[in-house]
Ligand binder design. Structure first.
Ligand SMILES: [Fe+2]
Length: 201
């Protein structure tokens, strides 16, 4: 089955993030979807003749999870801005769970900012561990490495340079992260968390 590029209902104006920057970034997202589909198509053919295509096959297998990570993480990323900026409801299950883990739910923002400021292309991610019933924050290098396997992502912050180069320059990561959080619709995250925890004791 082919994956389809998603459309996002983003606000007309976003604070600190230009239309052009978002448009170019959406274009990159589309590339991940295309490349994932293209590699997926080649694999059965290559697997059918390992003598001829064995080396190419293993590299494509490595590459495919990179493309998949780029696809899914960008879908989590852009959808967090849909509906425009909205604050976290302190009475929501998400806010209460965050407060339990981080003393104050608001503390998760500087924590993820610090992770996002790490060097190297990648993502600052907040995961939920349904087994331990706690959050885990981490850094995924590129988009397929360093994940907490099996854990769903509550918040995805892209810190590749392409996310901020146009608006803020090569040294503008901190300003970009600030803008990212200013535009965040916490309602989307509250819903994500609700979906992850539904049915849990
Ligand atoms: Fe990106």
């Amino acid at each position: 089955m082919e994956y389809t590029e998603k459309k996002f209902n983003l606000p007309e104006e976003m604070e600190g993030l230009s239309k052009e920057g978002i448009s170019q970034h959406l274009g990159l997202y589309g590339g991940y979807v295309k490349n994932f589909n293209a590699i997926s198509k080649l694999l059965p053919e290559y697997a059918g003749d390992m003598e001829k295509h064995g080396l190419a096959l293993v590299e494509l297998i490595r590459r495919r999870s990179f493309e998949f990570g780029g696809m899914r993480l960008h879908e989590l990323y852009f959808s967090q801005w849909e509906g425009g900026a909205q604050a976290l409801d302190p009475n929501s299950a998400l806010a209460q769970a965050l407060a339990k883990d981080y003393k104050d739910a608001a503390h998760v923002v500087p924590y993820l900012t610090a992770i996002g400021m790490m060097r190297g292309p990648g993502w600052a991610l907040l995961y939920w561990d349904p087994e331990a019933k706690q959050f885990l924050a981490g850094f995924s290098g590129e988009q397929h490495q360093g994940h907490f396997a099996t854990l769903p992502v509550v918040l995805a912050l892209d810190v590749w340079e392409h996310a901020f180069l146009l608006d803020y320059g090569a040294q503008g990561k901190a300003k970009y992260i600030d803008a990212f959080f200013k535009n965040l619709n916490w309602k989307v995250l509250e819903q994500r968390f609700a979906d992850m925890t539904t049915g849990q004791k």
